[in-house]
Design a protein around this ligand. Structure first.
Ligand SMILES: NC(=O)c1ccc[n+]([C@@H]2O[C@H](COP(=O)([O-])OP(=O)(O)OC[C@H]3O[C@@H](n4cnc5c(N)ncnc54)[C@H](O)[C@@H]3O)[C@@H](O)[C@H]2O)c1
Length: 360
């Protein structure tokens, strides 16, 4: 791995806030985008952290990302909401859409919220976390409109995106379950992270531009591009397909069906189902069952080298605790790309570096 920097969270926040001003964003947008990206780094998902900013800068300069846009309501029938993100920052659009959906689910018991045309919604688990804080279960089917990156099971080239799927479940007396995953075997940003660090991928994750297996992450980053595989073979492909049909066709009115156009913007469509579990029955009964089941699976003797069985959401909580204390590691290539993006946006890279406490 190349050299890097370990940056305290608040220093990195100050640096990213400064860079964000280059988009002309309102203060609330600056705060929401910066915090969402830092949370991705804190939870260990560097693929969705501040390393996204160079791409956002290019998308903005090409006209594909619209700062200061807000979620527009296209349909409102009480428990059914259809919203348009107008290619605004996904961190703002996602936040506004979830606020609306959560309020409806609290009022009526449930809500189905369809969100089209948001720029990159980033870590989908962030939206599930918002719902569990409000005591709600949420299920998210998401598609990705960008250059296709994932091959269908049985195919040799990329036909769709890394289509994430997420579920948040509040569990009485315990931390919530937050299942949040790309339907590709790894998230696309993880090829960029590995490429920037000079690392190889594990076997079975990628095919090259000829459809042959490769461990070189460059096939996810630079031309000629290859494709990621879906997780779980045909089963992951099935879930990716459902994400495209529900998050893309139904919610987003836009599916992947052509090669990439070379543009940097990433649009997400998201179909979200929200409901209050306590309105479905006796919360004390199913809360007890949830606890019993989670205790039962976590009592499984851990494999050699592991201290215990984890459940979805545990690795992110552990990383958040560790990185909040120690700082966020940023590899050298990502840091250089970030400073170059700051310059492109008309900000002073030396100032961004000094706010982060990184020597120029
Ligand atoms: N916005 C987009 O277009 C887009 C596209 C793809 C992915 N993403 C995001 O990328 C991020 C990374 O996705 P990923 O698939 O690489 O995540 P991942 O493989 O790191 O984790 C997937 C899930 O498995 C759980 N998990 C991880 N290790 C575990 C273990 N040892 N035991 C039990 N559970 C475990 C995690 O808590 C998580 O819920 C997600 O936040 C996702 O939303 C976003």
């Amino acid at each position: 791995m190349n050299r890097g920097h370990l940056i305290p969270v608040e220093r990195l926040r100050a640096a990213v806030n400064d860079l964000m001003l280059g988009f002309g964003s309102e203060p609330r947008e600056v705060a929401l985008v910066t915090d969402n990206l830092l949370q991705a780094n804190l939870t260990g998902h560097d693929s969705h952290g501040i390393g996204m900013l160079p791409r956002y800068a290019n998308a903005f300069l090409e006209g594909g990302l619209r700062p200061n846009a807000h979620a527009l309501t296209k349909l409102d029938s009480g428990t059914l909401l259809a919203l348009d993100g107008q290619a605004g920052f996904g961190q703002v659009i996602g936040h506004e859409a979830m606020e609306l959906g959560i309020a409806r689910a609290q009022a009526h018991g449930s809500c189905i919220m369809a969100l089209a045309n948001a720029h990159h919604l980033c870590r989908i688990g962030a939206w599930a976390e918002m719902a569990v804080v409000a005591g709600l279960v949420s299920v998210h089917f998401v598609n990705v409109i960008s250059r296709p990156m994932v091959a269908p099971w049985g195919g040799r080239d990329a036909r769709f995106g890394t289509n994430p799927f997420a579920v948040g479940i509040p569990v009485p007396g315990r931390e919530p379950v937050i299942l949040d995953m790309a339907t590709s075997v790894i998230a696309q940003g993880k090829t960029r992270v590995a490429h920037n660090k000079g690392e190889r991928l594990a076997p079975g994750q990628m095919i090259d531009n000829f459809g042959e297996p490769t461990t070189d992450p460059k096939f996810g980053v630079v031309e000629p591009l290859g494709a990621l595989r879906t997780f779980g073979e045909h089963k992951g492909f099935g879930l990716a397909l459902v994400c495209e049909l529900l998050g893309g066709a139904v919610a987003g009115a836009l599916t992947a069906h052509q090669p990439g156009d070379g543009k940097q913007r990433v649009l997400n469509g998201m179909l979200t189902m929200l409901f209050d579990p306590n309105r479905l029955g006796d919360g004390a009964v199913f809360g007890g069952e949830m606890q019993a089941f989670l205790d039962w699976v976590q009592a499984s003797p851990p494999e050699a080298g592991l201290s215990r069985v984890q459940v979805a959401g545990d690795p992110e909580r552990a990383s958040r605790a560790r990185r909040s204390a120690e700082g966020i590691p940023v590899d050298d290539n990502t840091w250089k790309e970030l400073l170059a993006a700051a310059a492109k946006l008309g900000r002073d890279p030396a100032r961004v570096a000094s706010l982060a406490g990184v020597a120029a």
